[in-house]
Ligand binder design. Structure first.
Ligand SMILES: [Fe+2]
Length: 244
């Protein structure tokens, strides 16, 4: 752990994040706080967090095509690589941090008892994966392209193709849970959850572009998704330029 891992966190830019309550996203009504938020300085409770080592990982953990069957049979679907870097707001890579993903199968169905969508379960697909970023903050997952699915909200709402992400960061105050969308998906413009992000340029940061530089011929396409966690307040010193 480096000495830059401690210290006060930069406050969130509330204008860039979706509001907790949005009338077009029905479940945000019971989930959102009824009282206005209080602003508090961060303390060691927020400025520190657990570290996860590479020994935690299993052989197939970042390969959702094969991890449900432990390498025996591949999942059904369009094979894709999702990769990118985890950075903080100062542009520094966040190494050795746990990145977890979960997603629907190729037909748009989750392996969850409350998911009763018509699309069948894939016996070879679980839908969860995890990895730990390398020294440059880099991560990658091999998976299948998730299907879009309908959900009960307004009369006919559909979720665009998406992958859920959880990134621990180096402290509890950096923890980020978000979603990745796919470049060119027309459903992004019709999704009430995506629409809770009012600034289009902020929503675009959740849309991963097709990345032919990491695509493998005759095997898979790639999508690049960089993730920015909260940074720490730092004083700029002339003798400490690295990473700023
Ligand atoms: Fe989802």
């Amino acid at each position: 752990m480096s000495d830059t891992d401690h210290g006060p966190l930069i406050p969130r830019n509330r204008d860039a994040h979706p509001p907790a309550y949005d009338i077009d996203y029905k479940t945000s009504v019971p989930r959102s706080p009824r009282w206005s938020l209080l602003s508090m300085e961060s303390t060691p409770s927020e400025e520190t967090g657990p570290r996860f080592g590479h020994s935690l990982l299993g052989e197939w953990d970042n390969n959702l095509i094969m991890n449900w069957t432990r390498g025996k049979s591949p999942a059904v679907g369009e094979r894709i690589l999702v990769h990118g870097r985890v950075l903080d707001e100062n542009g520094r890579p966040v190494p050795d941090t746990l990145v977890e993903i979960w997603q629907a199968n190729a037909g748009g169905r989750y392996r969850h008892k409350k998911d009763t969508y018509f699309a069948p379960l894939d016996p070879n697909f679980g839908g969860c994966g995890r990895t730990i970023t390398d020294e440059n903050g880099y991560y990658e997952f091999l998976t299948i392209r998730p299907g879009a699915y309908p959900w009960p909200n307004r009369a006919n709402d559909w979720r665009p193709m998406h992958i859920h992400f959880s990134i621990f960061g180096h402290s509890f105050g950096q923890r980020l849970i978000s979603q990745m969308y796919f470049e060119g998906d027309p459903l992004i413009n019709h999704c009430p959850i995506a629409a809770t992000i009012k600034d289009r340029s902020q929503l675009d940061t959740l849309v991963a572009p097709l990345d032919f530089s990491k695509s493998r011929p005759l095997d898979f396409l790639a999508y690049k998704f960089d993730i920015v966690l909260r940074g720490r307040r730092q004083t700029m010193f002339e003798n400490k330029l690295e990473g700023m």
